[in-house]
Design a protein around this ligand. Structure first.
Ligand SMILES: Cc1ncc(COP(=O)(O)O)c(C=O)c1O
Length: 385
C-alpha cells in the first residue's frame, strides 16, 4: 500500500490551528516543535471516523484490547513481554515525568538528567520543589561522530540525595541510540547508587539506521526492571501528539500504586479519541511506519548534504527520529544562532539554549520533501557563505 508523505497538508488553516504552524509569521518555515507534517495512518483516521460517528463522548475507560495491543507491540518489536496490568495510560509523557517526581521523591531529593535534553526534563525538579542535577554528555570529536554518554560526569553529579534519573532513549535532541556498553555502565551506576529511573522511550519506534535495534532499558536489564518506569506513546511514531495518549509501563506493583496515586485528581483521563487512535496505530500502523522510516531516511541524507555545505556547522547524524541537533557555535551567527536563522533565513528551529546548550539548534525534518528542500534552501542563503 502506498502512503502519501509528499503532498503538503495545509496546517495554517484557521480551522485546524497547530502550535508548529501558528507560532511564527506566515513566511516562516517551521522546523521546530516535534510533530510531523504528515497525516496519520489511514487505519487510525478510519478508526477515529468510526468513533466520531458513534457520537457519544462521555467518560471512557482504557479498553483491554488497547492494553493487549501494546503488549503485542512490545513483544513483537522489542522482545519485552509486558503485562496488561503494568500499563498506566495517561494524557502525556511530560505529565508522567512530573508525576514520577511527586510519586517517588521528596522535597530536597535530587533529580538527575543529562544535557542536552528535551527541555521539560530540565524543569521537572524545580517545578516540583526538588533539586535539579545535571551532567553533560560528551560532545562529538568531529562532525558526523555521535554524542556519547559521559559516565564519569554522570557519576560526579550524583549526591547522597539523588533519587531519580530522568533518562531518554533514543535521545532527544541528539538522536542517539545508546550503545550496549553505555547502557551497561548506566545500569551499573543506577544499581550502585540505588536510583529509580524514568526511561522516556517515546522515539524508540523511529530508528533510522538499517539494522539498528531498540531494547527497552527494563528489558535489557531485568534485574533493574523493578526500578524503571518506561514511558511510551504512539504520539511521535504515528503523529498523534494532539490526541494526548501515553503509557507508563511499571512492572513493580508498589511503584505502580504510588505513581497512580500521585496522579489522582491532578490528571484527567486519557481522552477517548486518543485511546481509539492508539489502539488502531499499534494494531494496524506498521506498514505506514515502515514507509515513514523510508521517507525520513531520505530526508536525513538530504539534510546531511546541506549541512556539509555550511562552514562551521556540524551535526551528529541522527540515528533515530526526525530531529537533528546542529552545532552552530562556529557558524559566525553570534550568541543566538536560532534567532538569526529565524530573522534572516525565515526558518524556525528550536533554540539549543532551551535544551541546556546555547549555540546549538534542533531541526525537525519530519515534513514533506518539498517543504524540507525549501527550508534548506533558505538556510543555505545564510549558512553556505
Ligand atoms: C523525549 C520526549 N518526551 C516527551 C515528549 C512530549 O510528550 P507528550 O506530548 O506526551 O507530553 C517529547 C515531545 O517531543 C519528547 O521528545
Amino acid at each position: 500500500m502506498q502512503f502519501d508523505f509528499a503532498t503538503p497538508v495545509a496546517r495554517r488553516h484557521p480551522d485546524w490551528p497547530s502550535q508548529k504552524w501558528q507560532r511564527y509569521d506566515e513566511d516562516v518555515a517551521p522546523l521546530w516543535v516535534a510533530d510531523m507534517d504528515f497525516r496519520s495512518p489511514p487505519a487510525v483516521i478510519d478508526a477515529l471516523d468510526a468513533r466520531v460517528a458513534h457520537g457519544v463522548f462521555g467518560y471512557g475507560v482504557v479498553p483491554d484490547s488497547l492494553r493487549e495491543a501494546l503488549c503485542d507491540w512490545s513483544r513483537d518489536h522489542y522482545a519485552w513481554p509486558i503485562k496488561p496490568e503494568w500499563q498506566h495510560w495517561l494524557p502525556g509523557v511530560v505529565p508522567a515525568l512530573h508525576l514520577a517526581s511527586l510519586a517517588f521523591t521528596a522535597p530536597g531529593d535530587g533529580i538527575l538528567t543529562v544535557t542536552p535534553i528535551y527541555p521539560p526534563f530540565l524543569q521537572v525538579a524545580e517545578r516540583t520543589g526538588r533539586v535539579a542535577q545535571f551532567a553533560a554528555l560528551a560532545e562529538p570529536e568531529a562532525s558526523g561522530e555521535p554524542w556519547q554518554l559521559d559516565l564519569a560526569a554522570l557519576e560526579a553529579a550524583i549526591t547522597p540525595e539523588t533519587r531519580l534519573l530522568l533518562w531518554c532513549q533514543p535521545h532527544n535532541p541528539t538522536g542517539r541510540v545508546w550503545r550496549h556498553e553505555e547502557l551497561e555502565g548506566l545500569a551499573e551506576l543506577v544499581e550502585r547508587h540505588d536510583l529509580l529511573v524514568v526511561s522516556d522511550e517515546l522515539h524508540c519506534d523511529l530508528l533510522l539506521d538499517e539494522g539498528a535495534g531498540h531494547r527497552p532499558l527494563a528489558a535489557l536489564f531485568p534485574m533493574l526492571a523493578s526500578r524503571i518506569i518506561t514511558l511510551w506513546a504512539p504520539s511521535k511514531t504515528f503523529n498523534l501528539a494532539g490526541l494526548t495518549a501515553a503509557c507508563a509501563v511499571i512492572p513493580d506493583a508498589t511503584l505502580r500504586r504510588q505513581f497512580i496515586a500521585a496522579g489522582r485528581g491532578l490528571l484527567p483521563d486519557v481522552n477517548v479519541m486518543g485511546l481509539v487512535a492508539a489502539e488502531a496505530a499499534y494494531r494496524h500502523g506498521e506498514p505506514w511506519r515502515q514507509a515513514l522510516l523510508e521517507t525520513l531516511r531520505g530526508h536525513r541524507i538530504r539534510l546531511a548534504e546541506a549541512v556539509a555545505g555550511w562552514p562551521g556547522v556540524s551535526m551528529s547524524a541522527p540515528q533515530s527520529t526526525y530531529l537533528a541537533w546542529l552545532d552552530l557555535r562556529h557558524a559566525g551567527l553570534g550568541d543566538s544562532p536560532q534567532r538569526v536563522l529565524l530573522n534572516e533565513a525565515r526558518v524556525a528551529l528550536s533554540d539549543g539554549a532551551d535544551f541546556g546548550w546555547p549555540g546549538f539548534a534542533r531541526l525537525n525534518f519530519g515534513t514533506t520533501r518539498s517543504q524540507l528542500a525549501e527550508a534548506l534552501q533558505r538556510l543555505d542563503q545564510v549558512l553556505a557563505q
